[in-house]
Each structure stands twice: as structure tokens, then as C-alpha cells.
Design a protein around this ligand. Structure first.
Ligand SMILES: C=C(O[C@H]1C=CC=C(C(=O)O)[C@@H]1O)C(=O)O
Length: 470
């Protein structure tokens, strides 16, 4: 079925479905199962053919690559979750499926990237990032276990434009299937050790330490004086890129060295690319299973995990997140849930306290949940609005997409969202890294600085293949 499908039969099937389901014109979706492919290879093959692309790879969920925009909305103003909800229901209502999927993972998806905040109260630090980007991709290649599908979405007016769309998916299908074997030969992990860059990074890290200390110290004062209970303060380092990055190689390295993370890319165009390996899933919904994740409290993976499990400061940091997740569920009228024990989970060099919260629900509105959940005390603080104001006052940069929700919703209402941390943004000739740490009463300045440094280094190490960025 996957390989032996021929274009004539495929055309016949899709045309017959078109006759049954479409008057003459409409937004259509066509999906074809393809043999098991290596997503990295296919990404490498197609990434330069399309200005926009996105990559998503979970350790125990689906993976996909998406190219080009079929329908999209970009928003700069407020009410981003409401606009996303409207975009989602409008497009899934209009999208006519001309092929039948036997597998949930193959369903059409709309992908989303929000900014950290709406930035409405931060006129001094205007952000160049939209508060919402929602995209129904033109091309979507999905993988779940050994199953893979290729999907194309497009607006068609009559049969000749439908034929063009079918031919387009067929061409991509052939390209993907045929090139796989060729690329396998060169699929080893290339190194891209860049020592001048690492020297620049180490210098910038050193230079930014004074400011980092000032900001974190202010955070510590805020919690010690009971003005806030928790605040997550971040630092940003921006460096000129000397060489072009090999994004696919970096993704491979992320997967190898930090297998528990979710790897993500949002490539707006060749000069603006957000990517990373996030340890933090905000929530996932695979009907009827809703899973929320609290992640806060940090230790180097080399250290003794018992120390982290007994650390009052880290447990306090972590518990604010748990309480927030539970409250968000209650706001969404979900009262029946189970909470796992707190455990330590490792993501390469860094390990975190992690608690999962499970519930069984018939349906959720992912955007209402996002509105309640984000920004959680894992990346913002408690109480939320006061912490947000202090973040805007103390940090010298707009967060943009740092710690912002990125994810997908499918046509059946399943969804998954992560927080875009432990990554970088390549913008023009520069690369910027952002990392932060949670401050509660009991936080010690030097330890918080070390934690931020550890987070920066873990990203830089993977991107530039360095053994030990100094
Ligand atoms: C804010 C970040 O991490 C969050 C996620 C896990 C642990 C954290 C912590 O222990 O402070 C942070 O809450 C970051 O990586 O920039």
C-alpha cells in the first residue's frame, strides 16, 4: 500500500472523493502513507526549498516536519488565545479531507507559536515577535513509530487545480522516498566544533555576569521581602555567528545527547530561526488522556539526585508550579486528576524535578487551557501578574519567544504544547541564547548564577559540539 500505490489509482480515488465532498472549490487536504523515513534526512532534503518550516520531535510521541503556509494568521495585538481558537475552528471546519486516515497520528494539524507575553505593558522593550503565529502548513510529514504520512493542504478551484495539487504531493512523495536511500549514506553525525565562537560565547558570558548578578540579586530581595513568592529571571547573550549553522546536525545531536527533550524548530525564513531541545512540555492531550507537566528545580546531572529531591528551595520552586497546574485544571472544571510522585528526570547535562498530572477528559479547549496555564511559575513566577511586571522591569530585553508556548492541535482536538526554552534564535548574522532560573526565598545568588550558566552551556555545547565551553 505504501510503496505500490500508483498515481493513476491515487488520482482516481482523490477525484472520486472530491466529487462526493466538494461543490467546485474549497480548502482540501490530501494524505498519503509513505514508507518509514528518517525525518532528519527529509528535513535536510527540503529545508532550503521552502522559506518557512517547522520541526517537532518528541521522545515518546509524534514527530513532524511542516513546510510552507497554506493558511495562517499573525497577530501583534491582544487576545492571542482567542484569535488562535477562532483560527483553529474556522480552518478545521473548512478543511475537506479527501483521503481517509486509519491512524490518529496522521490527522491534519495546525501549528502554533505564541510569544512569551503580549508585551502590552512593555512599551520600553517592544518585541519584534508576533504574539501569535498560527499556521495550517501546506506540507506536513508526520511520523509515529514506524508509520509515516505525507499530507498536502491547498485551496482548489475545480478539477484542474486539484490535479495540480495531487501532482505536487506525488512529486514530493517520490522525492522523499527516492532520496531517503541516498541520504542514508551520509547520515552520520558531523561535527561542527567552532572554537572562535565558543571563545566569543565564554567572553560574553563573563561580561554579562555583572548584570546577571544585579538582576538575580534584585529577584532575591523581592522574595526575601515577601513582595513576590517566586520569580524566574533570565539573561540573554547575543553573539555574531562566524559560520553558517547546520541545523539538522544540531537536531541530531540534541536527539542523541538529550533524548528526553522535545526538539523544535520554527524557521520563519533563512534569517530568523528559533530552535532548541526543550525539557518542558506544558501539556499534551491524546483523547481522552490529558497530561500536564510541572518542571522546576535544577541540578547538574553529575550530582547526587537525592540532594535535589531533598532541597527545600528546589521543592518550593517546584510546588508553585504544581499548585498552578492544579488551579488551571480547576478553572477548566477538571477536578478528577492524578498526580505522580516528584521524580528527577535528566535532559543531558541538566536534571530537573518533574511531576506529571494526569486526567481523563472527553474534550478540552487547548487555547483555554493555554490561557490558564501560561505563563506558569516554571518560567514566570508567583503571583503571576506581579512577577510579570517585575520581569519586564528587571530584564533588559523583550523575551520574545523565549519560554513561549509552541505546539500543535489536530483536526480531532488532540494537542501538544511545549515551552520554548533551552534553545536559540538565529537572527540575521547573530545568534541569541536566553536562560533563566527560578528564585524563591532561600535562593543563593552564586548558585542561581551557576544554574543559568549551566543552562547556557548545555545549549552552546550541543550547538557547537564543544566539550567544555569555558
Ligand atoms: C527558565 C528555565 O528553566 C525552567 C525549567 C526548568 C527548571 C527551572 C529552574 O529550576 O529554575 C526553570 O523553571 C530556562 O531553562 O531558561
Amino acid at each position: 500500500m505504501k510503496n505500490d500505490l500508483n498515481l493513476t489509482d491515487f488520482l482516481k480515488d482523490v477525484f472520486s472523493s472530491f466529487d462526493k465532498k466538494v461543490e467546485n472549490s474549497g480548502l482540501v487536504s490530501i494524505c498519503v502513507e509513505i514508507p518509514c523515513i528518517d525525518l532528519f534526512q527529509v528535513y535536510e532534503l527540503l529545508i532550503n526549498q521552502y522559506p518557512f518550516s517547522s520541526f517537532w520531535e518528541e521522545s515518546d510521541g509524534i514527530s513532524y516536519i511542516a513546510f510552507e503556509k497554506c493558511k495562517y494568521v499573525t497577530l501583534d495585538g491582544p487576545k492571542r488565545f482567542e484569535v488562535a481558537k477562532e483560527f483553529n475552528s474556522e480552518n478545521f471546519k473548512n478543511l475537506i479531507n479527501l483521503t481517509n486516515e486509519s491512524h490518529n497520528s496522521a490527522l491534519s494539524k495546525i501549528i502554533y507559536l505564541f510569544s512569551f507575553s503580549e508585551n502590552l505593558n512593555n512599551k520600553n522593550l517592544p518585541s519584534d515577535i508576533p504574539s501569535l503565529e498560527a499556521i495550517l502548513p501546506k506540507i506536513l510529514i508526520t511520523k509515529s513509530g514506524k508509520n509515516c504520512w505525507l499530507r498536502i493542504n491547498g485551496h482548489v478551484e475545480g478539477k484542474s487545480s486539484l490535479r495540480t495539487l495531487i501532482e505536487e504531493i506525488w512529486t514530493i512523495r517520490n522525492q522523499v522516498i527516492n532520496s531517503g536511500s541516498e541520504l542514508i549514506k551520509s547520515s552520520g553525525l558531523k561535527t561542527s566544533f567552532d572554537s572562535p565562537f565558543i571563545d566569543d560565547f565564554s567572553r560574553s558570558l563573563e561580561t554579562s555576569k555583572t548584570n546577571m548578578k544585579k538582576v538575580v540579586n534584585k529577584g532575591i530581595q523581592l522574595v526575601e521581602k515577601d513582595i513576590l513568592e517566586k520569580i524566574v529571571l533570565a539573561n540573554r547573550i547575543k553573539i555574531k555567528l562566524k559560520n553558517k549553522l547546520d541545523l539538522v546536525e544540531i537536531l541530531k545531536r540534541f536527539k542523541k545527547k538529550q533524548p528526553n527533550t522535545c526538539r523544535y524548530v520554527w524557521k520563519r525564513n533563512s534569517k530568523d530561526i528559533l530552535f532548541g531541545a526543550s525539557p518542558e512540555k506544558l501539556f499534551s492531550f491524546s483523547k481522552p488522556n490529558l497530561t500536564l507537566e510541572a518542571l522546576a528545580g535544577t541540578i547538574s546531572t553529575n550530582s547526587n539526585f537525592k540532594k535535589l529531591l531533598k532541597s527545600t528551595k528546589d521543592l518550593k520552586e517546584h510546588n508553585y508550579v504544581i499548585q498552578h497546574l492544579i488551579k488551571s485544571l480547576e478553572v477548566s472544571k477538571i477536578t478528577n486528576f492524578k498526580k505522580s510522585d516528584i521524580k528527577v528526570n535528566s535532559f543531558g547535562d541538566i536534571s530537573h524535578l518533574q511531576t506529571l498530572i494526569f486526567s481523563k477528559v472527553e474534550n478540552i479547549c487547548p487555547f483555554e487551557l493555554l490561557k490558564n496555564l501560561h505563563p506558569s511559575p516554571a518560567v514566570c513566577g508567583y503571583p503571576k501578574n506581579a512577577a510579570l511586571d517585575w520581569i519586564n522591569t528587571l530584564e533588559s530585553f523583550p523575551r520574545g519567544n523565549y519560554a513561549s508556548p509552541m505546539g500543535w492541535v489536530d483536526s480531532s482536538g488532540n494537542a501538544s504544547f511545549l515551552l520554548a526554552i533551552r534553545g536559540a534564535r538565529c537572527i540575521e548574522e547573530n545568534i541569541e541564547f536566553t536562560a533563566g532560573s527560578g528564585i524563591v526565598s532561600g535562593s543563593v545568588l552564586e548558585k542561581e548564577i551557576d544554574e543559568i550558566k549551566l543552562k547556557f552551556e548545555s545549549i552552546v555545547k550541543q550547538i557547537f559540539c564543544a566539550k567544555n565551553p569555558r
